[in-house]
Design a protein around this ligand. Structure first.
Ligand SMILES: *Cc1c(COP(=O)(O)O)cnc(C)c1O
Length: 383
């Protein structure tokens, strides 16, 4: 069986977990957390990087930091994970969904401006599959309209836009280290990236249950107390130790994933040339991280057949998001602005193939040959 995903493992995770355990400091913000924070601040050239227990909570922190209030409107794509929306609905915001581009499945930057109202507070972009949104255009729309931009870069660690790391371009960004992402901190994990120094002090307070505990440790205040709303947004030191092993191998992991992506792409071109499938497109300004390899087939029923065919051949391929605006909560908490030209129809055609760091070339070739077999059978059926 070729699974859809196997969590990334480099081999050093156990070693660093042992070191953390031996240090007797396994709650948050220990030695390994510090190393990870320094690594990200260097890598991203951001003002502050803060590990969180998952990306969902990094997004929740972003919503608190932006002072999102009941009645505020937040613009985002409907083709995304629930956490992108939940983080803001938890603060009472209304979600305004905007259609995605067909080529990248990212929010269509040309449709954002008409969705802005006097109540709009922020634009939340999602870099689907680790491929960047049109950040220059989006940042200038935000600037013109005095809006904040949050990058849900859950899938985008090691990706760039015009050479700039994703997550470091908007006012804030969030990464996920869930086991399905390119880098994991032991199954669950996340990072909040701050690109404006005005947010740093409050972020540290919100992350520490609304207390100024961090300032106390730095000797800036005599005792610490409750000063703001907050929650517990620190991951365990064991998560940081696990992640550190993967940060040390960040380039190697990225290079291998890109090789796998290229192997799929080169082999499947044959079918896209015949018009049987559509391959992902990487815009010229984007350097991606091979988070995902997806293809699009003609329609949902063909996708269903292909999933079944691959499953019978021992290969697990999966579809992805059901657009949020068509869900029960999405209908109640949000509204789709304009026409749904691409979101639903394109999401129903999309199929994700097995893609992970430790996949072998032999396994990739097996997936490719099963797809080839499927289209040969199909061609016979059609004649
Ligand atoms: C994975 C993912 C999340 C959530 O990440 P968690 O770490 O599981 O909370 C949010 N947004 C997007 C786009 C994701 O892919």
């Amino acid at each position: 069986m070729i699974p859809f995903n196997r969590p990334t493992v480099t081999g050093n995770e156990i070693k660093y977990l042992s070191t953390a355990i031996a240090s007797s400091k396994i709650s948050g913000d220990g030695e390994f957390s510090q190393r990870c924070h320094d690594w990200f601040e260097r890598q991203l050239a951001c003002d502050k990087a803060l590990l969180t227990p998952n990306c969902t909570q990094a997004l929740e922190m972003a919503a608190i930091l932006l002072d999102v209030q009941a009645g505020d409107e937040i613009i985002m794509p409907s083709y995304t994970f629930v956490s992108t929306a939940n983080a803001f609905t938890l603060r009472g915001a209304k979600i305004v969904f905007v259609d995605v581009r067909k080529d990248t499945m990212n929010i269509d930057e040309r449709l954002i401006e008409s969705a802005i109202s006097p109540k709009t507070k922020a634009i939340v972009v999602v870099h689907y599959a680790g491929v960047s949104c049109a950040m220059d255009e989006i940042m200038s729309i935000a600037e013109r309209n005095k809006l904040f931009v949050v990058e849900d870069a859950a899938q985008a660690m090691m990706s760039c836009y015009k050479g700039r790391p994703l997550g470091s371009i908007g006012h804030m960004g969030a990464y996920s280290f869930h086991e399905t992402k390119n880098y994991t901190s032991g199954g669950e994990g996340g990072l909040l990236i701050l690109n404006d120094p005005q947010f740093i002090e409050r972020a540290e307070i919100i992350r520490e249950k609304g207390t100024n505990r961090n300032q106390f440790f730095r000797g800036m205040v005599a005792k610490y107390s409750w000063v703001d709303i907050g929650s517990s947004y620190l991951p365990s030191e064991l998560q940081a130790a696990y992640l550190w092993a993967q940060l040390e191998s960040a380039d190697e992991i990225n290079q291998r994933r890109l090789q796998v992506w290229q192997r799929y792409y080169q082999a499947l071109k044959e079918f896209s040339n015949k018009g049987l499938i559509v391959l992902p497109e990487i815009p010229i300004d984007c350097q991606h991280n091979a988070h995902m390899f997806y293809i699009k087939v003609a329609n949902t029923s063909l996708r269903f057949e292909l999933i079944q065919f691959l499953a019978d051949g021992g290969i697990c391929a999966v579809f992805h998001y059901i657009p949020l605006h068509s869900s029960v909560a999405g209908k109640r908490l949000g509204v789709f602005h304009g026409e749904d030209m691409n979101t639903t129809i394109e999401s129903e055609r999309l199929l994700r193939l097995p893609m992970f760091f430790n996949i072998t070339d032999v396994e990739v070739d097996m997936v490719i040959s099963k797809i080839r077999e499927f289209f040969i059978v199909k061609a016979v059926e059609c004649n």
